[in-house]
Design a protein around this ligand. Structure first.
Ligand code: FES
Length: 112
């Protein structure tokens, strides 16, 4: 079972925007679209821009540097969905007022 980390409180991420948080040693972009939260790796696979600061439209985020567009839920590269370019995505849950993101598996602490 993944370990969840609290990154923000409900209301911290405006509708239609993203914010970047450190989770499990990686920067993760957390978005709110239509009242639902989702999370993908923040670093753009092209040249590393922060996707959390990109423009969000129709369920996708435009990279702020060169406008590649990624699905905020699946991480699919929407400019070319058949491409193998895919941003890792992470499970998000809301517990009470806390927005929590599952730590990337490869960096989750080992179970004692
Ligand atoms: S750095 Fe994201 S499209 Fe170039």
């Amino acid at each position: 079972m993944p370990e969840f980390k609290t990154v923000a409180r409900v209301g911290d991420i405006p509708e239609g925007e993203g914010r970047a948080y450190e989770v499990g040693g990686r920067m993760v972009a957390v978005f709110q679209v239509n009242g639902e939260y989702s999370a993908i790796l923040d670093a753009c696979p092209h040249m590393g821009a922060s996707l959390a600061s990109g423009y969000v439209e129709s369920g996708g985020v435009y990279c702020p540097w060169h406008a590649w567009k990624f699905c905020v839920k699946s991480g699919t590269w929407l400019d070319n969905p058949k491409s193998k370019i895919q941003q890792p995505c992470y499970e998000v849950r809301v517990t009470g007022e806390e927005i929590q993101v599952a730590a990337p598996e490869e960096t989750a602490p080992a179970v004692p």
